[in-house]
Design a protein around this ligand. Structure first.
Ligand code: ACM
Ligand code: ZN
Length: 756
């Protein structure tokens, strides 16, 4: 049954992009509000006449790119308003007074055998109608040069009435961590607009680089735009004001508003390295060459800091016409402010409660300044802490709670939670299907409050995404995001979307987009069998038609290894390595898991302090599920405890001899994850009275910058038995003073407890 459905959908899609235009629904992304299919098709003549109000210079500008591209690729002609021309193909463009139904960006596209009619209330709608037309034409219409194949340039007869669900459909590009060429940015504007996205959120200032020329403060780009990498190489770059004007104008031609982000008070090392007096200490520091969150932030006690920021914003405003300026506001450690006499004096003089209210004071002061320039601020959800600025818009990233709070208190919000919108995350943590399921309006909002949700964004942070990696993180996930933001929920269907995506790869190929995977090629599910104390590993493919090969002896899997057909049964510990292949080529990385079969396997674990909702791993089963965490903290095998200690009791169900207890921890100090201060191992017969068997003190250096995974092993000196095993691991509590996040709450990451 399923197969039949699949075949039907594929056929439908072929009809769209290959334009065997008959009665089938075409492969449009995002899916329009309403499509009514006609019969037959509109075939472009060697000369097509396009009709529009020739006095309308703006309208001509919107039409031109299509005309130029079409003529270049087809070698056909499109004549404008030629009264003498007799042609079997005409296109009529009309700005109508239908704003009430089509909205600011909506359009109506009516394709009949000899005529295409495009109507919209605004130029944006006309622009989007042309994007739809591009998707209806044979894919070769996107070619860079004339197409020599004999292609019938036709479009299926249909009527589309379409408008976006949300008015804010954005992409963030972080050009701070990695600088992106001007042409690369313009290429993204092209692709975004092709998929009807309309906001380009340009992250321009960071700890690792200041990327925007500010004439009054030349050191920002002489010093702040450059960092010395660990290998000694100088890395950097910046956009001149001329570059920025060019990009902003280019975006405007593509109906994209550029929202600049100038980070404050945190993520400001680039600026402080250029002008050290902006910080609390005033001491010289370097532009960062590490990723993370850093304690040197703008001093909130210095009026000269505000004077500097206002000067910067003056120049920013002159370059960016958008109503909104993004002021960041996220991840600003309060350590320096806590120890700065000027910041403390500000807290006292302004009657503020603490450093969070000082941050709120900071943001409100900037908002008030921008208001005098007729601009509004948008900031990450941390701007809620200590009190939200009066008219601020909130960009919710730590879940949707920030958006809910904003909407309930009458503020607008843009929604881009890490769970669905962080495209820097690997597909194994955020796959195409998950992005597609993104619903920007949180459930708990009333209809009235929902009006404050302006839309959403996909965020392309670039710590791990230099320019040549951006495409494979953005695609195909961006296609899911645009449909989540443009299309009506009742028109969404993942299977149908998935099939449209398969066809869009043809267009992306022509556009030269180096798209990545839809999902991690391999994920696994395990089932525990109590009677044999073994478990079965089932592979779940991330995309169709993959073949899996695996080893359990530690060797690298190839196509000559065991082929996976049925679940793999483990009755003793071992290492499983697996690889996915598509048409003889390996897809994705080798998938590796250490399997632990011990007396603890599958046994019930009770934890005293809760683990973080963001790092639940396999929930209550995590610590005895038989799979050990890898050296990636976000592999969904590690369970994370923020601030809390870990206290876990395993019920072995019957008295057992206990010769060895092993527990794994991970340290990654850049992510504020540290080894425990010490670990205590206990045993009990009744689950109430525990005997301390051993305390192991941590000996891993806290200031190691790389990821460390370590097993702590307790081997009881005396003969020991018991029915319950307890592990207590002490969280160090606060990031040490030398750490970039000094004073911030630390994490424990634990996985797999085994008992032998
Ligand atoms: C963020 O990801 N720090 C907004
Ligand atoms: Zn200060």
């Amino acid at each position: 049954m399923k197969k039949i459905v699949f075949i039907i959908i594929i056929t439908v899609c072929l009809a769209g992009l290959r334009s065997k235009a008959q009665t089938n629904t075409p492969c449009l992304i995002p899916i329009p509000s309403d499509i009514k299919m006609g019969s037959g098709s509109f075939v472009f003549d060697r000369i097509t006449n396009i009709w529009f109000n020739s006095n309308d210079i703006e309208l001509k500008k919107v039409i031109q790119p299509f005309v130029v591209q079409f003529c270049k690729v087809t070698n056909y002609k499109i004549e404008e308003n030629n009264k003498l021309l007799i042609s079997n193909s005409t296109i009529d463009i009309l700005i109508t007074n239908r704003a009430d139904t089509l909205g600011e960006e909506g359009y109506c596209l009516d394709v009949r055998k000899n005529n295409i009619s495009i109507k919209a209330a605004n130029y944006a709608g006309i622009f989007y109608a042309f994007q739809t037309l591009r998707q209806l034409l044979p894919k070769e219409i996107e070619s860079k040069t004339k197409v020599t194949n004999n292609i019938k340039w036709e479009v299926p007869c249909l009527t589309i009435t379409d408008k976006p669900r949300f008015k804010w459909r954005g992409m963030l590009l972080d050009c701070g961590r990695h600088f992106m060429d001007k042409d690369f940015v313009k290429r993204y504007i092209d692709i975004l607009s092709y998929y009807k996205m309309n906001r380009f959120h340009w992250h321009l200032t960071e700890d690792q680089g200041w990327r925007i020329e500010i004439k009054k403060y030349p050191k920002l780009t002489e010093i702040g735009a450059w960092r010395i990498e660990a290998d000694g190489k100088r890395y950097g770059g910046f956009y001149t004001q001329a570059d920025i004007k060019e990009i902003v104008a280019y975006a405007a031609d593509h109906f994209i508003t550029v929202i600049p982000e100038i980070e404050m008070p945190g993520h400001s090392v680039g600026a402080i390295a250029s002008y050290p007096l902006l910080s609390c200490t005033g001491l010289p520091i370097n532009v960062e060459n590490n990723w993370g969150v850093f304690k040197d932030i703008y001093c909130a006690g210095n009026d000269s800091t505000f004077a500097f920021i206002q000067d910067v914003l003056d120049e920013v405003i002159s370059l960016f016409p958008a109503k909104y300026i993004h002021i960041g506001g996220d991840e600003a450690p309060k350590y320096r402010w806590e120890h700065c006499p000027k910041c403390q004096a500000r807290i006292k003089n302004e009657g503020l409660k603490d450093e969070f209210e000082l941050q709120s004071y900071f943001i409100k002061r900037i908002e008030a300044y921008l208001k005098t320039k007729d601009r509004s601020i948008i900031g990450w959800d941390e701007i809620l802490e200590g009190g939200l600025a009066p008219a601020a818009t909130v960009q919710s990233w730590r879940g949707v709670q920030g958006a809910i709070h904003a909407a309930r208190t009458g503020h607008d919000a843009v929604v881009s939670p890490t769970s669905h919108a962080y495209f820097d995350y690997d597909v194994k943590n955020l796959d195409l299907k998950k992005v597609y399921s993104f619903e920007p309006i949180p459930d708990s909002l009333t209809e009235e409050q929902s009006k404050h949700i302006l839309g959403g964004e996909c965020n392309m942070w670039t710590e791990r995404g230099p320019q040549d990696q951006v495409d494979n993180r953005m695609f195909p996930r961006m296609l899911a995001m645009t449909e989540a933001l443009w299309s009506l929920p009742q028109n969404k269907n993942y299977d149908a979307f998935y099939n449209r995506v398969q066809k869009h790869y043809n267009v992306l190929n022509i556009m030269g987009v180096n798209y990545g995977y839809e999902a991690q090629p391999i994920t696994i599910k395990t089932t525990y069998d109590k009677t044999t104390n073994s478990f079965a590993v089932t592979f779940i493919p991330g995309q169709p038609n993959l073949k899996f090969f695996y080893t359990i002896d530690g060797s690298q899997p190839t196509m000559s290894s065991n082929q996976y057909n049925t679940p793999i049964i483990f009755s003793k510990s071992g290492t499983m390595k697996a690889a996915a292949f598509l048409e003889g080529k390996q897809v994705g990385d080798i998938f590796e898991r250490n399997i632990i079969v011990s007396k603890a396997l599958g046994k019930k674990v009770t934890v005293k302090y809760p683990y973080s909702r963001n790092y639940i791993a396999n929930g209550d089963l995590t610590l005895t599920d038989g799979i050990k965490g890898s050296n990636e903290f976000a592999d969904r095998m590690w369970q994370g405890y923020e601030k809390n200690d870990v206290e876990a009791i395993i019920n072995l169900e019957k008295p057992e001899m206990i010769n060895k207890i092993t527990v794994g921890f991970l340290q990654f100090s850049n992510a504020w994850i540290f080894m425990p201060e010490y670990i205590e191992f206990y045993v009990s017969d009744d689950g109430d009275n525990f005997r301390l068997i051993e305390t192991i003190k941590n000996d891993v250096l806290q200031n190691e910058s790389k990821v460390i995974v370590k097993d702590y092993i307790c081997i009881p000196k005396d003969l020991t038995s018991g029915r319950y095993v307890k592990i207590r691991a002490k969280n160090i509590g606060k990031c040490p003073p030398w750490h970039a996040g000094a004073g911030g709450d630390t994490w424990l990451f634990i996985d797999e407890i085994s008992v032998e």
